[in-house]
Design a binder for this molecule. Sequence first.
Ligand SMILES: Cc1ncc(C[n+]2csc(CCOP(=O)(O)OP(=O)(O)O)c2C)c(N)n1
Ligand SMILES: [Mg+2]
Length: 633
Amino acid sequence: MPRLTMAQAVIAFLKQQYTERDGLEQRLIPGVFGIFGHGNVAGIGQALLQAPDLRYYQTRNEQAMVHTAAAFAKQRNRLQTMACTTSIGPGALNMVTGAATATVNRLPVLLLPGDIFARRNVAPVLQQLESEHSQDLSVNDCFRPVSRYWDRINRPDQLVMALPEAMRVLTSPEETGAVTLALPQDVQAEAWEYPEELFARRVWHVARSRPDVAALQRAAAWMRAAQRPLIVAGGGVIYSEATDALRRFVEDTGIPVGETMAGKGSLRYDHPLNMGAVGATGTLAANQLALEADLVIGIGTRYSDFTTASKTQFQDAGVRFVNINVAAFDAHKHHALPLVGDARATLEELAAALQGVRAPESWSLRATSLHSEWEAEVERIYSLRGAPLPTQGELIGLVNEQGDGEGVMVCAAGSLPGDLHKLWRTRHPKQYHLEYGFSCMGYEIAGGLGVKMADPAREVYVLVGDGSYLMLANEIVTSIQEGYKLTIVLLDNRGYKSIGALSRSLGMQGFGTRYAYPQPLNAGLDAGAATASLPDDRATDAAPLPVDLAMNARSLGAHVIECASHAEAAAALQAAKAIDHTVVIHVQTDRYAGVPGYFSWWDVPVAEVSTIDTVQAAREEWEEMRAKERYYL
Ligand SMILES: Cc1ncc(C[n+]2csc(CCOP(=O)(O)OP(=O)(O)O)c2C)c(N)n1
Ligand SMILES: [Mg+2]
């Protein structure tokens, strides 16, 4: 019976956890990210010091390290992740946003926030939230709604029951997300005689579950009857490594495919039955077919409002859904015929049940011709040459064509995700890494680091806006410290291109979305409330802020290349290939030139009453579109 501290037991246990799928066994948690403080340094910190075979990585920000862990897990198809250790109070709480990002995206991360003393006699300790109503409360309770498993270890022996539950949830494709074990700082250092068996090597077999046979037969019948079937491929296709099975299925049946944000890469971009992005940020090809489809086959998708265009994208009066998903919760969405099972296993069984069944020839032909039409549109946008500043569309084309085709592109928030969803040409299943479940500004660079750690042989291209960069760029330092090279393309348009455009489309002139001085400056708070204001998009004389993001990146240790034209950006991408550490390509881009939308919408409610005419006009337009939203019962 080894006598270990609770923290030592956590580390000894984690080292012995493995996953297995399709015969491939690997460590579930190959490393630990962390920032030490009084709440973990003497507990988990001490345990890591005496167990150097579980590698510890220093990070710069607790939110960022959770993003890095989630991106690592995503790149490894959720079969591996990292643990994250923090102190108590702010260090712990900084992880909440990261936890939600992981949970929303169904990505496993193991969070080990320090917690206040279980023994209580010295309370309130530094950074403790006090409550006059309960002593059983700390800031770590904020993790409950954003975790798929949450526990607090108030006695060392509770670990024996908690750790296996934590691993079960982390390795479960249907339940996975953030797993939080709050570790009171005194208990971390307390010893107990743990049962030897707790530290035996344990393999978590990740199942390829199969759907109910009767449901499969019903789905096959629906597919035989369908006149205009469309597949919506989500992240589950990629996590399940079902992309080859999907391609065979599509070729056997002639059914076209639209891809969600997480599902992009399910089929190569140049497959004639790949219609590309579907939904609010979709292509003219996918969205036109979606409007007419009578059967939607969702595979591994959670049907976010971007995918359904706020429930307006599927408009056939009798449209029905068959949903293949490991999670019954997702499989049942839109009153679907649920096929609860692994994407690859279910596609194989469905293909066997459908022998020789094909979508009507005219529908498949229409799809292939729309595919060509869309490819021409991408070409048009890639070929634009904005002046004086390059457009975002042409820069996306540049990275796509001149970046390494085996590389990975990482992005999360701003105007880039929508444009990338439409325009990025995906050549392998892991090339398009978008965090768009939470669209969390700040994920980009931290996430890029996780991708690079998961797959060091690939070039990683992080596309990030100036707003996201300003929010959380500091993991550049970690990338330099650990020798994980990122090529960060920083698209600087001096503010929020995305929300600026959204604001204009809602009749609000881009209010509060530019990085520019208020006018007049220093009007004072009392007087200023009425007289000074931030310049909106109508102000042509707005004074830009003296912010130098290139210098900022250089100060963090990155190799920086500054560009203001297409040609300079092309040269920078080439030059970046020869640099062995993190490169930031700082490109100034046009704030207004946008990529159009195609037969789609996104519901952002507009003020019902307002003193501004343009808002009233936008409200009328909104009401018209709102009426098109469907329940899919
Ligand atoms: C953490 C967080 N805060 C706020 C938002 C809302 N938001 C979405 S995009 C955006 C602006 C992003 O600016 P930038 O990174 O410069 O990209 P751009 O819009 O200019 O392309 C904001 C504030 C968000 N997605 N995440
Ligand atoms: Mg910007």
